[in-house]
Design a protein around this ligand. Structure first.
Ligand code: 13P
Length: 259
């Protein structure tokens, strides 16, 4: 019943020309395989400075791809040097945004209080909010994966108004699996996703929780995508490295299309 959703998080990669080329190739690849927007949502998340160029390419191509940003500031405008707001993202054609990616939590050092404000701002602005959660390796080794995911979810969603469950996507990305070539087993990932859905049911109600898509992220490749995406609570993926190669990203998208 949930339409799968796949995102390509381009992180701090590419040039303007390379970003435009990649977006065009992904759009062409999806069309060549007749990927129907009714059966799959696909988004790309370029760096801020390339959003406008990539957005123009997508609208020229009438591509089914949704444009997304990798971050936002919670305030709509003001004296926040270097930051970008939700209205600015909407203005350049972005329709989705990542919030709380582990690189922002653990490398940049964003606290959960800021991630909550960003979650609220994205949802209030009508951007699709892809809220990222996931445990560090020592948290996994300590057996606290579910606890960490639950804490991050409850914190970010506290007081949030989720009017349309389609506009909230959770990306479960175990930090130890990101960019390392190590992937959670489909069974471990399913177990974490099922717990995330139970927490969502408690926070948002069972009907909404059944509609929120939960993506898996962390070293997803064409070779492992199908098995991960066939788990009952895994509704697609958030892809880093493999999203930078159109052929690989399209293959991963195809693995998410229901048969
Ligand atoms: P990799 O696919 O490179 O492991 O990155 C995952 C990720 O962080 C997507 O947001």
């Amino acid at each position: 019943m949930r339409r799968p959703i796949v995102g390509g998080n381009w992180k701090m990669h590419l040039t303007r020309i390379g970003a435009v080329r990649l977006a065009r190739e992904v759009g062409e690849g999806l069309r060549a395989h007749d990927v129907d927007a009714a059966r799959l949502d696909v988004g790309v998340f370029p760096p801020f400075v390339y959003l406008d160029s990539v957005g123009t390419t997508l609208s020229d191509d009438r591509s089914p791809l949704e444009l997304g940003a990798q971050d936002l500031h919670p305030e709509p405008e003001g004296a926040f040097t270097g930051e970008v707001s939700a209205p600015m993202l909407l203005d350049v054609g972005a329709r989705a945004v990542l919030v709380g990616h582990s690189e922002r939590r653990h490398v940049i050092g964003e606290p959960e209080s800021l991630i909550r404000r960003k979650t609220h701002a994205a949802l209030a602005a009508g951007l699709r909010c892809v809220l990222c959660v996931g445990e560090l390796l020592d948290e996994r080794d300590a057996g606290t994966t579910n606890e960490v995911n639950e804490r991050q979810l409850r914190s970010a969603l506290e007081g949030a108004a989720v009017r349309d469950p389609d506009m909230l996507v959770i990306a479960y990305e175990p930090v130890w699996a990101i960019g390392t070539g190590r992937t959670a087993t489909p069974q471990d990932a399913q177990q974490a996703h099922a717990h995330i859905r139970r927490v969502l049911a408690d926070v948002l109600g069972t009907d909404a929780a059944a509609r929120v898509r939960i993506q898996y992220g962390g070293s997803v490749k064409p070779a492992n995508a199908k098995e991960l995406f066939s788990q009952p609570d895994i509704d697609g993926g958030l892809i880093g490295g493999a999203s930078l190669k159109a052929e690989d990203f399209v293959a991963i998208c195809l693995a998410a299309v229901p048969r």
